[in-house]
Design a protein around this ligand. Structure first.
Ligand SMILES: Cc1ncc(COP(=O)(O)O)c(C=O)c1O
Length: 371
């Protein structure tokens, strides 16, 4: 069905990076030119500058650039998980990135269910699956919403379990008890182009207040070297954030908060207008970075068709929980996560990015209202 008056309008995109690039084109090109002129391509002044700018922004002592968010997770886990506790616990509704990283590092993965309201891990959902073989818990601030990491740490610390924050979707979110990325033993970030702070390609970072963890990450991201050509730590690899990406990220960082505020305003507009058959996950204060606008509904196929007819781009984050992924399902056949499985069948993402125009926001609101 086509809604009256919408048939000829261009679609409202789920995301459109060309708009951000058009908006800061000269900033990006000037930045790239400065890197070219500097003669440094990796681990030079732009990289150091970005590490220190992000550390200041987070209020944490150490930030280390790496090549992607998945690398950041793998390296952070290698840095904190002890060999005699080789199991990582995480949620199964976060796109599989932690699963991929933990398995690459040779760790087993165990899943905890999530809270029905927030879609996040909590101390209550984690408690039943912890044990002496668990070395770390990875808490993902999913869709941009800050999880209660302090409560998770209060559970984990007495058990000797390290806590990792995956901040790939939540850079810039702030809770009353601190900044996302400065709440746990170690935190990881992705600068994949669609992230709230996006590079021109892949990029990632690890942040920590712990000097030993920072030293381990510095070695692991560069072949395990302690000093040039001396492999002091096993499990190292090459994972570098290059100078062009670091310089672009530094140039964009000052605009992050404004972009996040615009994202929250868009999501709040959706929440105010959506019909009672749709629940818009709220993003109404600074504890949410507004990365994704996610709704839940018992009528997802119908909603998807309705939005398509209204020219609204949608996607599902994420359709298949990790424990049901084809390559992993046999290993986890005994695992049931009722809330995670229910949510996977009911979530739908609608457009949100800072350059979305007001008339497009209105079209999405209108379509959600008419459902
Ligand atoms: C929650 C989360 N963690 C980790 C990653 C992995 O980051 P990357 O794509 O940079 O490897 C992503 C997204 O891509 C993500 O959304």
């Amino acid at each position: 069905m086509t809604l009256p008056g919408t048939a000829t309008l261009p679609a409202v995109p789920l995301n459109d990076l060309s708009r951000a690039l058009a908006h800061d084109r000269s900033l990006v090109l000037d930045t790239v030119a400065r890197v070219v002129d500097s003669g440094w391509l990796v681990h030079g002044p732009a990289h150091r500058g970005f590490e220190s700018a992000l550390a200041d922004y987070l209020g944490t002592p150490h930030v280390l650039g790496v090549a992607s968010g998945t690398d950041a997770l793998e390296i952070a886990l290698r840095a904190v998980v002890p060999a005699d506790r080789p199991v990582v616990v995480t949620a199964a509704n976060c796109g599989g990135y932690t699963t991929t990283a933990a398995r690459r590092a040779g760790f087993g993965v165990r899943y905890a269910d999530v809270d029905e309201d927030t879609h996040l891990l909590t101390a209550e959902t984690l408690a039943p699956v912890l044990g002496p073989e668990v070395g770390a818990v990875v808490v993902t601030h999913l869709y941009g919403r800050a999880a209660d990491v302090a409560a998770v740490r209060a559970l984990c610390a007495p058990l000797g379990v390290k806590v990792v924050e995956d901040c790939a979707q939540a850079l810039g979110a702030r809770r009353a008890d601190g900044m996302v990325g400065a709440l746990a033993d170690v935190a990881t970030f992705s600068f994949y182009p669609t992230k709230n702070l996006g590079a021109l390609g892949d990029g990632g970072a690890v942040a920590t207040a712990d000097d030993d963890v920072a030293a381990a990450v510095a070695e692991l991201r560069q072949y395990g070297w302690r000093g040039k050509y001396r492999i002091a730590r096993d499990g190292g690899r090459n994972s570098r954030l290059d100078e062009v990406q670091a310089a672009v990220l530094s140039a964009r960082l000052p605009h992050l908060d404004a972009g996040n505020a615009r994202r929250r305003a868009i999501i709040t507009a959706y929440a105010e207008r959506a019909s009672s058959r749709v629940r818009v996950l709220p993003a109404d204060d600074a504890s949410h970075a507004g990365h994704l606008a996610v709704v839940t509904t018992d009528h997802r196929d119908e909603l998807r068709e309705h939005l398509a007819a209204a020219g609204v781009g949608v996607d599902v984050h994420y359709p298949v929980p990790d424990h049901r992924q084809p390559a992993l399902a046999a290993e986890h056949a005994h695992v049931t996560l009722p809330v995670t499985e229910r949510l996977a069948a009911s979530v739908l993402s609608v457009p949100v990015f800072p350059e979305l125009r007001d008339d497009e926001v209105e079209r999405v609101c209108d379509a959600l209202e008419r459902f």
